[in-house]
Ligand binder design. Sequence first.
Ligand code: NAD
Length: 419
Amino acid sequence: MSEKKIAVLGLGYVGLPLALELSLTFSVKGFDINNNRINQLIKGIDSTLEVDPKKLINQQNNKKLLITKSQKDLKDCNIFIATVPTPIDSKKKPDFTALLNVCKVIGPLLKKKDIVVFESTVFPGATEEICGPELEKYSNKLKCGEDFFLGYSPERVNPGDKIHTIDKINKVISGQNAKVEKELFEIYSKLTEGKVFLAKSIKVAEAAKVIENSQRDINIAFINEVSKICNKINISTYDVLEASLTKWNFLNFEPGLVGGHCIGVDPYYLAEKANSLKIAPQVILSGRQTNDQMVEFIGKQISKKIKKKANILFLGITFKEDVPDLRNSKSLELIKFLKKQKHKVIIYDPFIEKLKDFQSLDFSKKKKAIYDSVILSVPHNYFLKELKKEFLPLLKPNGVFFDIKGKFRNDFSENYWSL
Ligand SMILES: NC(=O)c1ccc[n+]([C@@H]2O[C@H](COP(=O)([O-])OP(=O)(O)OC[C@H]3O[C@@H](n4cnc5c(N)ncnc54)[C@H](O)[C@@H]3O)[C@@H](O)[C@H]2O)c1
């Protein structure tokens, strides 16, 4: 292929770091349908907090990266990388709307020899069986596999994790034929100093990604079940794990709420594939069910230990630590559960300014010990540093501190609960 001109479509948690990093080597156009997101990125504002704003501005000023909402700007590109969301619908079935829509954007732009790579998490077969025909449909009578080609490279970025970053982690790639594989190897070897692993086929790469996250979900579900047992016999799950971890092959998984858009979602894609093959996804779905039930389990433990209509300070509402991402946040579900039990819940999260329908802690008011309970749901680094000084003094004498993830379990013995 002559000069590689890359379009990245979908500039979210996955697409933006990818576009920015690729722009250090290639000419890159970053496209998104969200006007607000585009306007912010042009100004160097990244609400996901995943990239360095200076680098984002520099790459645009150096004309290495164009951020655009115009399909026309992508017409000279020859590699298209789609990083759009793949959520589930209200029936917990894969929702391919964004994936189909991005094919509608890319299809008319395709020329002979172009390559379309999908990074969105899907089930094995989706790229070739769903996206390929969709791209053909909107193209100028081009045939997939003859005129233009497909690739798949699953994404592993871990938002909030500043160690396993996109430029360091191993990347799996796959392509429709050897030429595509070679092209993708050249591109992705420039992206990461980690290993670029060529999967045997697109289906293999798709399956590899979806089982990575499903495996995590199932392992967490097992530990969540263990945590219910530990709770009944009044021992800390974390103390048990600490002991078990002294064995060389014990796997390190912790109990907790599983939210977000990956671990709590991807198993449903695998389950869908299993069902279509008439294989009952019993283990996969029981893991999902166990993890989803943790909201109610934790909610009931809290309610049992505090008075009726308690005044609660709830800390951390994003779906996990150190990210501003609220998608599928189980902490929000837990708050709803507690409110249904008639407790009054005041929230605080340093990553979220204010949230409609939720009452936030007002720092300007004089701090008083007015809370019957403090719940540390998402232990952002900030809370680990400031909790004792800033938030626990707001607890009434004999108030209960619920430290869901057991971060302070060695510091408290009374009026304290963790998984
Ligand atoms: N966030 C993660 O931690 C992570 C990790 C690995 C894999 N993934 C997978 O990567 C994919 C993207 O996830 P994300 O977290 O970056 O999502 P995101 O919601 O943060 O970003 C997706 C972006 O795509 C844009 N978009 C939607 N439809 C579009 C279209 N038709 N054309 C162009 N842009 C469009 C949205 O406006 C949004 O900005 C998903 O399949 C997800 O499962 C995510």
